[in-house]
Design a protein around this ligand. Structure first.
Ligand SMILES: C[S@@+](CC[C@H](N)C(=O)[O-])C[C@H]1O[C@@H](n2cnc3c(N)ncnc32)[C@H](O)[C@@H]1O
Length: 281
């Protein structure tokens, strides 16, 4: 684990995926290169629901797994938790997270490590959450990340939240689920393995959590209305302009959008809130 104190002098902070060709890079880093900062399927609205339901307040010690470029970190920091630690495995993301401005007394830290093995202390957090990251892990790694969240959380006050892609409905034909998974992987160039709502609940339950609330939203990441809602009108126009000026990036974005649109009835975003399941003595 490598840790960086925020506020250290930063010159040019490279974006994750710098130097990769638009035709081959992971879809989320391509969108980041175009200027997109909200990289999770349910957008800022589902993120706000997640943070409201978690109820982050000034006593909390928050750990964000796979914090990316810090879009949710900024929302969390406006709630002035006592401590906020961002974890990501991408060095450029950690450099961006290390430059987060702290609008209050929160102790902020950015740590480069795998979300399944953060090196952070047992029970040191009251809130752990992660967005758009479990979907891209194979099954055993999904479990390891959820287990790590459980280890990090205080037994009595801890809360955990996820915000991920989901397959709909719960009894989706497995052949269609495989087809969607393959189409997604081909479009975003990252293995994407979303679960159905029941699958996400079972995963959390099997790794020591009781789900207390959940909400779904349409998977509309690249729809104009969502783009404007997530990024703001001018940034959305700038993102569109950059894509139009870069034929390789435009092809990728249109491919991703076509796949999301084709499978729109069977793809959604889901956020789950959970607490540690009390252990029997
Ligand atoms: C799609 S982006 C989402 C970023 C951010 N959570 C958001 O919603 O805007 C996925 C992020 O997960 C990080 N990531 C993926 N697997 C990880 C792992 N096993 N450990 C730590 N970070 C991981 C990537 O580096 C990237 O920052």
């Amino acid at each position: 684990m490598a840790s960086t104190a925020p506020g250290a002098p930063q010159t040019h902070i490279p974006l994750p995926g710098d130097g990769l060709h638009a035709a081959r890079m992971p879809g989320h880093w391509l969108l980041a290169r175009l200027g997109k900062r909200v990289l999770r399927p349910g957008g800022v609205e589902l993120t706000r629901w997640m943070l409201d339901t978690l109820g982050v307040d000034p006593e909390e010690r928050v750990v964000e797994l796979a914090a990316g470029l810090g879009a949710t970190a900024r929302l969390t920091l406006t709630r002035h938790p006592a401590a906020y630690t961002a974890v990501d495995r991408d060095p450029a993301a950690v450099a961006a997270l290390s430059a987060l401005a702290t609008p209050g007394p929160t102790v902020v830290r950015a740590v480069r490590s795998d979300a399944a093995d953060t090196g952070l202390p047992d029970g040191g957090a009251t809130v752990v959450y992660g967005e758009a990251m479990l979907t891209m892990q194979p099954e055993p790694a999904k479990r390891r990340v959820v287990r790590e969240a459980r280890r990090l959380l205080d037994d009595s006050t801890g809360r955990y939240a996820i915000h991920e892609l989901c397959l709909l409905p719960d009894d989706l034909d497995p052949a269609l689920a495989d087809r969607i998974t393959a189409d997604l992987g081909e479009a975003i160039h990252v293995g994407a393995r979303p679960l159905a709502p029941t699958g996400w609940c079972e995963l959390l339950a099997e790794e020591g959590f009781t789900v207390t609330a959940h909400r779904t939203a349409p998977m509309a990441l690249l729809e104009p209305r969502r783009l404007i809602a997530d990024e703001g009108l001018l940034p959305a126009l700038r993102i569109t302009g950059r894509a139009l000026r870069d034929p390789a990036a435009l092809r990728r974005v249109l491919h991703m959008r076509r796949v999301f649109h084709r499978h729109r009835t069977h793809l959604g975003a889901i956020s789950l809130i959970a607490v540690p399941t009390p252990t029997e003595h």
